[in-house]
Design a protein. Sequence first.
Length: 87
Amino acid sequence: MGQRQITTAAAERTGVTVESLIREAEQARLSAMQAGQYSEEKGILSGKRVERSERGSPGDFEWIENASAEELQALIDGEPDSSAAKH
């Protein structure tokens, strides 16, 4: 049984469905509005807002400021031997 099948089976056993998740999100949104805390979940769920976070220690990404356009493109293209990634 694949991971997706296992996850689907677990969700079915617990009664979690897309509809139940949407219903819960709507309840949370209404509660937040009543409390004056406007939710941004619609933006996240619709893909209009993306949360980003940096991983690593301070200074771990300084090398990128000195990378050439070619090195950056190689990094974007997923070329593992990119010299930019070897900071």
